[in-house]
Ligand binder design. Sequence first.
Ligand SMILES: Nc1ncnc2c1ncn2[C@@H]1O[C@H](COP(=O)(O)OP(=O)(O)O)[C@@H](O)[C@H]1O
Ligand SMILES: [Mg+2]
Length: 370
Amino acid sequence: MAKVELKGIGKVYDNVFRAVDNANIVVDDQEFVVFVGPSGCGKSTTLRMIAGLEDITEGELYIDGELMNDVPPKDRNIAMVFQNYALYPHMTVYDNMAFGLKIRKTDKAEIERRVNEAARILDIEKLLDRKPKALSGGQRQRVAVGRAIVRNPKVFLFDEPLSNLDAKLRVQMRAEISDLHHRLKATMIYVTHDQIEAMTMSDKIVVMKDGKIQQIGSPLYLYNHPINKFVAGFIGSPPMNFLTVKIIEKGGKLIADEGSFEIIPNEEQAKTLKNYIGKEVFFGFRPEDLTYVKTPAPVNNMQMKISVIEPLGAETHLHLQTKTQQIIAVVEPDNKYQIGDTANFTPLLEKGKFFDKDTELNICEVVKSE
Ligand SMILES: Nc1ncnc2c1ncn2[C@@H]1O[C@H](COP(=O)(O)OP(=O)(O)O)[C@@H](O)[C@H]1O
Ligand SMILES: [Mg+2]
């Protein structure tokens, strides 16, 4: 299998539009790396440059240490699975899977061995004689993956392969692809706009926005140590809450003033925030890091009005309003909450983040990006 390295990779379309800017990514042998970000941020362009389907404008692409920039796609030993499956409608499942090997003049017995092996791995042996139109969406997706497997590539590339499936099937296929990764011990690069897919499937996530990599790290590292407000808000569901607060000094104490209540940053946070006195910053905290208190907490009490209650079964989401801002809390399911009530909460301050209002950088902790 293979290691993929992008060094300063950039893409400019038609000499005018910059879709990818200075991408530096290392995908280790057997690693599962997910590129995630909103639509149009340059994920597919980056993937297509790795596959050789798109010219590389700037930088260098290496596979196992070998420069690939000018190597044609068919010689890169890469297989790509697309969102729309791209199956040939007039061919059977068997022929769809065998096609790539046939045009490479692979020996007939070897083709049969590989197609049967892939069909067994994907549990589609009974479908080999069918045409794509007689398959469900999930089965078609499996055939598309099978077509990649038979080629025994060094690297698998997936471009939003589950987007056309319904929610339930997506969850199932997500697990199947993860399982496949473990069984094949293959290097895989997977593109999605869905942060849950990124979190659940990857060893490593590359978060992109506007053609630029924001941060690279493990799912939990990005969740706990986002480099900026964008990553903090993109990873995690429901997303992190952000309250605009003003840093003031009162009675020798540093305070983050929300308008409706005051938060006292801890010592570590105060070290940085003392440079922000008189200025506004974003106070970020996850919906699950808010604790309901029956009577107002002595410090860091957030009194808010419950505007919406969303019971999801295992947990309940509360929409809470300060005088001017709105946030979400994830709480235990409990019918003590009533719409319109005023309730008291306190944030888990150690997990709280502060972001510069202009640069949107996470300012109170040292954060890495690979
Ligand atoms: N062939 C092309 N010519 C010009 N612009 C393109 C082309 N392909 C993509 N783009 C633009 O490049 C940007 C990134 O596109 P893409 O890589 O497809 O994003 P993503 O996959 O993250 O949604 C978008 O603004 C898109 O419109
Ligand atoms: Mg795309």
